[in-house]
Design a protein around this ligand. Structure first.
Ligand code: DP6
Length: 329
């Protein structure tokens, strides 16, 4: 019998964005970010150690992963091995229910799950702070998916930069996710944020504005003021995209459909609904709203972008790890 370790993690959507690093190798963010972990699109990752294998293996949704993905996962597993003082190779099987690479935070759920499963497999008993720090090394946004509900990922050095979970109290929040295009993006967020930092004259203004946005976001969150949170979130997302538009060559993830949805969200607000948009490294739009208004908002948006698929997500759980036995090895 071989022991397997399975972790389940969910994506998170940043309401104050992470866009730029102060250290590429350690994946330290240039500004703090704030997110909601979803109860949709879980990633389930199972690992087992293989003392006889020469290299790590990785399957994604039942298919052998490409060399680039394998190298990224192996480099991450090296960190876990180093920390555990062990050498075994790892067999990783991951199932992702979110379209990979489409700006729907697949890497956040993926590396949060891998951090949970691999650290358990190597006998590391990490608390959430340490797990967040480890997940960060796989993908920055993964540091936040370790936590349920809302999380704040602070800047800092290697030891100081991790996400902490925030108590949402009785905050009523959901995200209506409008998937306009689930194809993998042409430019990864990693490459795009580097290009923005290196070439956009708006990058320093983005960092300054984002720090200010965070202060206002936290004040609205403490007050359980969803309208206040939404106003800051929408503005912060647009500021991030504005910083990218200034890059050389320009980076443009939003399409005509994205703006159609933004107009529709503004129209819903004019009708008295609480609805605010945020967009990541892709054209898809996520609409922050109270859970009780989500179906009305989803129906209205389905009318303006009938080809889109629309789902509603609530606040989800943090990473969970299980161990089991499997025959053979
Ligand atoms: C736009 O976490 O995917 O979704 O750390 O380079 O792996 P790396 O980047 P990643 O970037 C996410 C960017 C974002 C905003 C956010 O989630 O905060």
């Amino acid at each position: 019998m071989t022991t397997t370790f399975t972790a389940v993690a969910h994506p998170n959507i940043a309401l104050i964005k992470y866009w730029g690093k102060s250290d590429e190798e350690l994946i330290l963010p240039a500004s703090p970010s704030f997110s909601m972990t979803l109860d949709a699109y879980p990633t389930t990752t199972t690992v087992r150690l293989d003392a006889t294998a020469a290299e790590d293996s990785l399957s994604l949704d039942g298919r052998a992963a490409g060399a680039g993905q394998r190298a990224r996962v192996s480099a991450f597993l090296d960190l876990v091995r180093q920390r555990a003082g062990r050498r075994e190779r790892v067999v990783v099987e991951s199932r992702n229910t979110v379209p990979t690479g489409a700006g729907l935070a697949s890497s956040a759920a993926g590396f949060a799950a891998l951090a949970g499963a691999a650290s358990a497999a190597f006998g590391l008993d990490l608390d959430l702070e340490e797990l967040s720090r480890l997940a960060r090394r796989g993908s920055g946004s993964a540091s936040r998916s370790v936590h349920p509900g809302f999380a704040l990922w602070r800047t800092g050095d290697d030891a100081g930069s991790y996400a902490e979970g925030l108590d949402a109290g009785d905050l009523d929040a959901a995200l209506v996710i409008v998937v306009l295009n689930d194809a993998a993006k042409a430019v990864s967020s990693r490459v795009a944020m580097r290009a923005t930092a290196e070439t956009s004259p708006f990058y320093s203004a983005w960092l300054q504005a984002s720090n200010d946005d965070l202060d206002q976001m936290l004040a609205a969150f403490e007050a359980r003021d969803l309208d206040g949170m939404g106003q800051v979130a929408e503005r912060n997302a647009l500021r991030m995209h504005a910083s990218m538009l200034g890059a050389v060559p320009p980076i443009r993830y939003l399409g005509a459909d994205s703006f159609t949805v933004l107009d529709a969200v503004a129209a819903l607000r004019a009708e008295g609904l609480t609805a605010y948009a945020t967009m990541d490294a892709g054209p898809n739009v996520k609409v922050l709203c109270p859970a009780g208004q989500a179906s009305r908002i989803a129906e209205a948006l389905a009318r303006v972008v009938p080809a889109a698929s629309i789902i509603t997500a609530g606040m989800g759980p943090g990473v969970r790890v299980y161990s089991g036995e499997t025959a053979g090895g």
